[in-house]
Design a protein around this ligand. Sequence first.
Ligand code: ZN
Ligand code: ZN
Length: 88
Amino acid sequence: MTPVLLMNTHARVYRKPSNVDRAKEEIICPMCISVFDTPLSLNCLHSYCEKCIKSLLRSSPNKTSIVCPECRAATLIPEDGVAGKLLL
Ligand SMILES: [Zn+2]
Ligand SMILES: [Zn+2]
């Protein structure tokens, strides 16, 4: 009984790293250089984290569009906000 239990436990522990490896398509935000789990994509298909998008929007003069820091393309932000609309 006991060895079987140990083997099951070991199999579970062993599985975790391989699952993490498979899901390791981490995207790094080029603005804050950190991994983000909610990438927001602009019209130019560059992606930034929500925090950076919001700070771009805050520093934008008209609050309705942001300029991509990488390619300078403008993306219009919908009136009801960033969340959801630009989600990949
Ligand atoms: Zn960021
Ligand atoms: Zn861009």
